[in-house]
Design a protein around this ligand. Structure first.
Ligand code: NAP
Length: 307
């Protein structure tokens, strides 16, 4: 199946919400979708960074339809307010679950509820947001939820007996575990949506290995140091910019031929054009999904409205 990231289908009339959209892959996902004509909503925790991203999109995309929505995915009140705002909209065509900690702290940290911070940011907040905002997607024809997974899902394992890493926290375990959990969630969500006869689809993606030093400089959004540019360019053979990484979630949102339950990533694993790609058996496992789901409900204090 071919896909030309430079020739996107027209997305006028669609509303697409992206979490963590003031920087990185999330910013470029928003910018590219705005260029395709969608109304994009940038869910961001910092008002100044949000405004800088909104201004950048308006500067770079003529006639862009874009707004910021306050959202800190580690803060339940913020998540619930964002979900309420989405429920008040006529339509939500896609929700891109992108916000994430990609460089976890060395020492284990927790959010205000006592949940491990990387799991909270990369999985629990999104679980609660989707659970609460689902009706807004349900009433929009062809709506999609796109979850950002990672190649790191191939290199770690999910500790269902110690999801919060209370024993043996390392930053790598926190990151890989959170991304495995995100993928298990995304695939399990699609199974549950299908079983419930929902029209909403859940697609899981990974953006390969996308670095800021290989990404265009944009005021208020991306300004890596010269040293960072130099170091990232040394890895150019197997990396790409975050603008290229964004081609994957953008395709997951706009390509109607991609069915729910798909996994997309760059054609050359770490870089390249967005394409269907195999996910690990562990993250696709219905058994893992069924075991993880109640743990997510419990940790996010949010029953999910699908059996
Ligand atoms: N880059 C890669 O190679 C790669 C590979 C695999 C997967 N991914 C996944 O792709 C996604 C984006 O990665 P990236 O490389 O673009 O990361 P990034 O440049 O560090 O951007 C992360 C974004 O998430 C936001 N964020 C972090 N914590 C948040 C919170 N509590 N509430 C709301 N927003 C929050 C950040 O906002 P602030 O500016 O406020 O911090 C920022 O906008 C992540 O889920 C990551 O795991 C990336």
């Amino acid at each position: 199946m071919g896909w030309d990231a430079a020739e996107l289908p027209d997305a006028h009339g669609r509303t697409i919400v992206i979490t963590g959209a003031n920087a990185g892959v999330g910013y470029f996902t928003a910018e590219q979708l705005a260029r395709a004509g969608a109304h994009v909503v940038l869910g961001c925790r910092d008002p100044e960074r949000a405004e800088a991203a909104v201004s950048a999109i308006r500067r770079r995309v003529r006639g862009a339809s874009v707004e910021a929505m306050p959202l800190d995915v580690t803060d339940r009140r913020s998540i619930d307010a964002a979900a309420d705002a989405l429920l008040g909209r006529d339509r939500v065509d896609a929700l891109v679950l992108n916000a994430g900690i990609v460089h976890p702290p060395r020492e284990r940290r927790t959010d205000d509820e006592g949940n491990e911070l990387v799991l909270s940011t990369n999985v629990l907040g999104h679980f609660r947001l989707v659970a609460r905002a689902l009706p807004a997607l349900e009433r929009t024809d062809g709506a999609r939820i796109v979850t950002l997974g990672s190649l790191a899902s191939r290199l770690g394992r999910l500790r269902l007996d110690d999801l919060q890493l209370e024993r043996g926290y390392t930053s790598w375990r926190a990151y890989s575990g959170s991304k495995i959990a995100a993928q298990v969630f995304g695939f399990e969500l699609d199974r549950r949506l299908r079983a419930a006869g929902s029209g909403v689809q859940s697609v899981v993606v990974h953006p390969g290995y996308s670095t800021s030093g290989r990404t265009p400089g944009i005021r208020g959004v991306n300004h890596p140091s010269r040293l960072k540019r130099f170091a990232d360019n040394l890895q150019a053979a197997w990396t790409q910019g975050k603008d290229d990484g964004a081609h994957v979630p953008v395709r997951a949102v706009l390509d109607a031929s991609i069915p729910g339950g798909s996994y997309l990533g760059p054609a050359l694993w770490t870089k390249g054009a967005p394409t269907l790609t195999p996910a690990t058996r562990a993250t696709r496992s219905p058994r893992q999904g069924a075991r993880l789901w109640p743990l997510l409900e419990q940790a996010s204090a949010q029953p999910f409205p699908l059996p």
